[in-house]
Design a protein around this ligand. Structure first.
Ligand code: DP6
Length: 329
């Protein structure tokens, strides 16, 4: 096997406009529904990987310290996929750094596994296409399949039993449109229920799960169409509807999964008030309390100020469309 020394990759987070929630096959990590997302410029993970003969086992540093056992295990399991592909048994040294809080619903697994996929593939000397990288990143985390691309991407749920058609493609590059996303941070605590566990519980126990799955196809078709026409109002409306449906189905699991804090609802009301005042803004929320506000570039500064003025908001991260995963020096 051809090892290529230490390689460093950077991948950006993405936020789903049409959400993924629920798995088809757990082992292959194939999603039960497709999704459409926007990759963000200001949230990213930088990861370096080096396979080394001298290492008895993988060494994984997370923000400069040894990663917690659970994280190490998940990353080593992912590296096993690379070792399998490269026909190698070498252990790796991995250093990964996020430029944002890790487990608070800011899609760290998306940027994390996309960066790890690219860095580890390059360090092992393999050459993969973007689709192959997306397939691989999905094995780490469903949303990571979309972070291989910049701009707007769509993840196919896929149908093949081996997961081979369960990958993302780019719909439009980051230069396509001037959309912004403002992330209102309410709490940097770790989320109470991880997305994998939350999705499984929802599938097993929510009486509304099949309705969620059935209605997602229409959201995807409508979002594709709205993006094509650059119809911002429509994009915003579908984004909110998909978010509310995802949280409703999670809340209807048993026991119910509630990612929102009281302040989450407060920011939802603020976004609605902004719209009443004539400022086009739409919210979305992932597996955590933070509210992400989708808007046009021209309105970003005004909305950022309104969000920052809220006592519940500890800070706002302002993002526009970001690039796909890439190698850096
Ligand atoms: C709410 O990709 O984190 O952000 O595949 O289990 O790692 P795993 O789940 P993950 O789930 C993302 C869920 C979401 C919606 C989305 O990004 O589509």
């Amino acid at each position: 096997m051809l090892m290529s020394g230490k390689k460093t990759a950077r991948a950006h987070s993405n936020i789903a406009l049409v959400k993924y929630w629920g798995k088809n096959q757990e082992l292959l990590n194939t999603p039960a529904v497709g999704s459409i997302s926007l990759t963000l410029d200001n949230l990213f993970t930088t990861t370096s990987v080096e396979f080394d003969h001298a290492l008895p086992s993988d060494i994984i540093l997370f923000d400069g310290s040894p990663a917690p056992a659970k994280v190490s295990k998940r990353l080593s399991a992912f590296l096993d996929l690379i070792r399998q592909k490269a026909n190698s048994t070498l252990s790796a040294r991995v250093e990964t750094v996020n430029n944002f809080p890790t487990a608070a619903g800011l899609a760290s697994s998306a940027s994390g596994f996309a960066a790890l996929a690219l860095a580890s593939v390059s360090a092992s000397g393999l050459e993969l296409s973007e689709i192959e990288l997306s397939l691989l990143a999905r094995r780490g985390s469903g949303s990571a399949a979309r972070s291989i691309y910049g701009g707007y991407s769509e993840m196919n749920a896929g149908q093949n039993p081996d997961g081979s058609d369960s990958y993302a493609v780019q719909l439009y590059p980051e230069s396509y449109w001037d959309l912004h996303m403002l992330i209102a941070i309410l709490s940097e605590d770790e989320k109470p229920v991880g997305s994998t566990e939350g999705m499984n519980r929802t599938r097993q126990t929510s009486p509304y799960y099949s309705a969620w799955i059935e209605s997602s196809q229409q959201d995807l078709d409508d979002m594709r169409d709205a993006l094509k026409r650059q119809d911002f109002q429509k994009v915003g409306e579908i984004t909110e509807q998909s978010c509310l449906k995802m949280h409703s189905v999670a809340m209807s699991a048993h026991p119910g999964i509630i990612y929102w804090h009281p302040e989450t609802l407060k920011i939802i009301q603020l976004v609605k008030q902004l719209r009443k005042d004539g400022i086009e803004a739409y919210f979305t929320i992932d597996a955590g309390p933070q509210v992400k506000v989708l808007c046009r570039a021209a309105d970003a500064t005004t909305i950022e100020k309104s969000l920052s003025d809220e006592p519940a908001v500890s800070r706002v991260i302002s993002c526009s469309a970001g690039p796909g995963a890439h190698l850096i020096e």
